[in-house]
Design a protein around this ligand. Structure first.
Ligand code: PRX
Length: 564
């Protein structure tokens, strides 16, 4: 691998065609992410190199070489095709972090279908909403999630195929997909996808409406490859660990495509958070590059430095973080604990790749997100004129100039909703920041009502809709409430229907309903029963007032309110 140039050099010389050229891509030529992440790496002579070292919470482990990944993704693609799945179909991956998820992801892409990864902890409603919106034709799951899939399928006539990767008592219409037991497909011709062919459909939350499907295309590879190589500083002998689940964009852009398109070995731990087990995993696997998240770092901080010292973590060489503001304290703790800086990176489902980064080699200013990745033109815009702000320290909207390779091409079924986020050629991210005089970006907060809990976005509308299904709930508003570990958690304000009285039992019951319908992430950590919600004269609930109250911030202009 070539040495990484400096940020300043790249800022001058870099353009996206240069990254495409590194991959040997020609405009208009076939481009398939599945092929680039496996076949190409084998063609480069790395067929026997480990691609995936997988472990789970029970201590089971499996290792796959790049040739295994190539052949098994061929096998996966062939099996789906033989069953009748076709190019362009939406294929949902509803799996824990098992090897079939990573390999199957490439298989779906190889056959030209659109892969729709969904977080396996999603409850019935969250699953159904996303499958319904995408008119998903096939779902790949495992025994432990089959119950949820069966319930979703009752009201999804278009969901024709249910593939199950492990042993289960299958019902009619469910098909066992035993990847290890299928005849290995050595040679496979990928569907002739090109740069603009849809690839991955990731659902993400906004303030209004149900979650939206962010539509990625195969060309995203160009951005994901080069940002993984430079920002994560991936090198030939690295063993890389990304904490994120592929149900979220970090887990696909940098938990599959980024490392594998670079031919880098990655280790996966299919287990929840446990500081001791995490450190043991790093030591055992010899992790050199670690991409984590502020909530995880804060949880590690809580466990203290003594625990860190019990392990030999000298293998670690480069650390990065994403998903929420990385507070200065966490960076300073990282220095003490690992002798390294966590490099904050800022991006979104919609950007597909990191857009503002602490580039390796650049001075890290604890608390700052860094500077725009070379090839990315970013700015903070005036909230009224949408013109770039020019004075250091002025707070505005983070915006990215349109046209980078991994920019999504729209929201599924809702192109209009996406186009609205583009003003004068700027894609508006929906976050606020300022830029200091040296060009470093400092995050200030979201510009909407979306709640970021532990790096996962949850939309108030989805929670409020689920709350309304409870017989006691008349109206509700879901807002963020500060939390020392998760940065934010969900708090719901609820007005009750006549005949219901506030009580601790009712609060717990409602919480539980949300956890089951949506997920533990979306479950309110607190429910406050109130007599009336603040509304505008036109009857719109004003979440911002409730949120400000939770954060102890000024409430702002309330002149248009009806019931203050
Ligand atoms: O609000 C920002 C926050 O997470 C949002 C994007 O979430 P999602 O689309 O789920 O993608 C998450 C992983 C890329 C952003 O709009 N966010 C992400 N990274 C940072 C951040 N907030 C502050 N600092 C970051 N580094």
């Amino acid at each position: 691998m070539t040495a990484r140039p400096t940020y300043e050099q790249l800022k001058k010389d870099f353009d996206w065609p240069r990254a495409a050229a590194e991959l040997g891509l020609e405009p208009g030529a076939p481009l398939n992410i599945g092929w680039f992440c496996s076949d190409r790496i084998c063609d480069l002579g790395k067929q026997d190199k480990d691609a995936l070292r997988w472990e789970d919470f029970r201590g089971e482990s499996r290792t796959y070489t790049f040739d295994d990944v190539r052949v098994l993704s061929n096998t996966f693609a062939t099996f789906l095709q033989d069953q009748g799945v076709t190019a362009g179909d939406r294929v949902c991956m509803f799996l824990d972090r098992v090897p079939e998820l990573y390999i199957g992801f490439l298989g779906v892409l190889k056959m030209g279908a659109i892969v729709q990864p969904l977080f396996s902890a999603f409850g019935d409603d969250s699953l159904w909403t996303r499958l319904d919106d995408a008119s998903t034709r096939a779902i790949v799951t495992q025994k432990k999630h089959l119950g949820k899939v069966r319930r979703a399928r009752e009201n999804l006539p278009g969901l024709e195929f249910v593939f199950v990767v492990d042993e289960a008592n299958l019902r009619e219409g469910e098909i066992r997909l035993d990847l290890a037991g299928l005849p290995r497909v050595e040679e496979y011709t990928c569907h002739p996808t090109t740069a603009e062919t849809p690839s991955v459909l990731h659902y993400t939350s906004g303030t209004t409406g149900q979650p939206k499907g962010a539509q990625h295309v195969h060309n995203s590879l160009v951005s994901q490859y080069i940002t993984a190589k430079w920002v994560l500083d991936l090198k030939e002998d690295d063993v890389y660990w990304c904490n994120a689940d592929p149900g979220w964009v970090t887990g696909t852009s940098y938990g599959i495509i980024g490392p594998w398109s670079n031919g880098v070995t990655q280790a996966i731990l299919d287990a929840g958070f446990n500081a001791e087990k995490w450190y043991a995993f790093i030591e055992r696997q010899g992790i050199t590059v670690w991409y984590s998240a502020p909530t995880a770092i804060r949880l590690l901080m809580k466990e203290g430095l003594d625990l860190v010292r019990r392990f030999d973590l000298s293998c670690l060489r480069h650390l990065a973080s994403v998903g929420e503001p990385l507070n200065a304290e966490a960076v300073l703790w990282g220095r003490e604990a690992f002798g390294l800086d966590f490099h904050d990176t800022y991006w979104q489902t919609e950007t597909g790749c990191m857009v503002i980064t602490n580039f390796p080699g650049m001075e890290v200013r604890p608390g700052s997100m860094g500077k725009p990745f070379p090839g990315i033109t970013a700015a903070v815009l005036d909230t009224r004129t949408f013109e770039p702000l020019t004075q250091p320290g002025q707070v505005g909207l983070i915006a990215i100039r349109e046209g980078w390779p991994s920019q999504i091409r729209g929201y599924w079924n809702n192109l209009e909703g996406y186009r609205k986020k583009i003003v004068n050629g700027w894609y508006i991210c929906g976050d606020r920041a300022s830029i200091d005089r040296d060009g470093y970006y400092w995050f200030c907060g979201r510009d909407d009502d979306v709640i970021n809990t532990g790096g996962h976005l949850v939309g108030p509308f989805e929670i409020e809709s689920a709350l309304l299904e409870h017989p006691a709930v008349a109206e509700s508003a879901a807002v963020a409430k500060p939390d020392p570990v998760n940065m934010e958690v969900v708090k719901a304000f609820v007005t009750l229907k006549a005949g219901f009285e506030p009580s601790k039992d009712l609060e717990l019951e409602i919480m539980n309903v949300i956890r089951k319908k949506l997920s533990g992430l979306a479950m309110p950590q607190e429910i406050e029963f109130i007599a009336a919600l603040p509304k505008t004269r036109s009857g719109k609930i004003v979440r911002r007032i409730l949120r400000a109250q939770e954060f102890g911030e000024p409430i702002g202009d309330v002149s248009s309110l009806m019931n203050d």
